[in-house]
Design a protein around this ligand. Structure first.
Ligand SMILES: CC(C)(COP(=O)(O)OP(=O)(O)OC[C@H]1O[C@@H](n2cnc3c(N)ncnc32)[C@H](O)[C@@H]1OP(=O)(O)O)[C@@H](O)C(=O)NCCC(=O)NCCS
Length: 293
């Protein structure tokens, strides 16, 4: 190993960051896998391509929050964070296994937190001991997260009313709803997601809410609502589109309404890392998106 250096990440670095992330998370997931869980599979080419698309968009949108650790010409660590108005979030962060424990993670974290400039912040954390140590030492509160897994028992699907297909015209109120849930709108991230996922909304007065649904996976990727009942209807709509095994993730303890929906659909509860928060309380009713929080 040569001398390592932390430097800003550029869009042309993103494919190398994807390779480093695939190796880092494969190894991390393998080490934290519980015996009851299936073997961890390497990231597929299709998922790798989506990762590159998403992270390139983030690097272009707010490059100051994106950093790389380089060992000569090789990328050995990466941290991609973003400011959206008064909120900061970390989309991804890792150091190649053979380079861990040498302080690179700390330097990358210092760089992204300097970009946050004291803003309240959030991200979804793995259970990796180096990661959780780093986050708590950086002042984040670790809120345990749950997830629901399994195949939806379709006989449990309720008739859901009051929902519509959403589009760009909904973004303005969706940003206002985001402000009330997590302190800042998703802004350009909504436009990015609308182009790639199905958006379902509730436009009823006092019961606004939205969910982005990844139709390939039949999974809710980001959900926010004014009240738990609307949130539950939106989650049911996402579950109705699932075919085969599905997942509801990023459920914090303030979002037990999502546990109740999952149980009614006959999914199983599991635990999954932490929602790390600084300067804010748990958003609710809300299911964070792993990459856009
Ligand atoms: C989290 C991660 C980026 C940290 O990078 P790193 O280069 O190992 O970080 P550092 O060397 O700065 O060390 C982090 C701290 O945790 C400790 N640590 C590192 N690996 C550890 C381990 N396996 N067990 C216990 N403590 C560990 C270090 O001693 C250090 O603490 P200190 O500064 O008080 O001594 C890296 O471990 C990683 O990529 N993990 C797998 C992917 C992952 O989970 N990413 C987080 C996504 S939210």
């Amino acid at each position: 190993m040569g001398k390592t250096q932390i430097r800003p990440m550029r869009v042309e670095d993103v494919p190398a960051a994807e390779r480093a992330s695939a190796v880092t998370f494969f190894e991390g997931d393998r080490l934290s896998r519980r015996v009851s869980e299936p073997e961890v599979q390497p990231r597929s080419a299709a998922v790798g391509k989506q990762w590159i698309d998403r992270m390139s968009y983030l690097v272009e949108t707010d490059p100051g929050g994106c950093w790389a650790a380089m060992d000569g010409d090789d990328m050995v660590g990466f941290a991609i964070s973003q400011n959206r108005e008064q909120v900061w979030f970390l989309a991804t962060y890792g150091v190649l296994p053979q380079h861990q424990g040498r302080g690179l993670g700390r330097q990358l974290m210092d760089a992204v937190l300097a970009h946050a400039d004291g803003r309240p912040g959030l991200f979804s954390s793995t259970v990796h001991p180096g990661a959780t140590r780093r986050y708590r030492l950086a002042g984040f509160l670790l809120h345990p997260q749950m997830r629901m897994v399994g195949s939806v028992d379709r006989s449990t699907l309720p008739a859901v009313s009051g929902l519509s297909e959403g589009d760009e015209n909904d973004i303005e109120w969706m940003n206002r709803l985001d402000v009330s849930r997590r302190g800042a709108g998703h802004g350009p991230d909504h436009e990015y997601m609308i182009r790639r996922m199905r958006l379902v909304v509730s436009r009823q007065s006092g019961r606004h809410g939205y969910v982005f649904i990844d139709e390939d996976l039949g999974q809710a990727k980001l959900l926010a609502a004014q009240d738990p009942q609307t949130a539950s209807s939106l989650l049911w709509e996402a579950l109705a589109s699932s075919r085969g095994p599905t997942l509801i993730n990023c459920i914090t303890t303030a979002n037990h309404w999502a546990i109740d929906v999952g149980l009614a659909a006959r999914l199983d509860i599991g635990q999954e890392g932490y929602l790390a928060l600084r300067g804010m309380t748990e958003p609710t009713p809300y299911l964070a998106s792993g990459h856009f929080l």
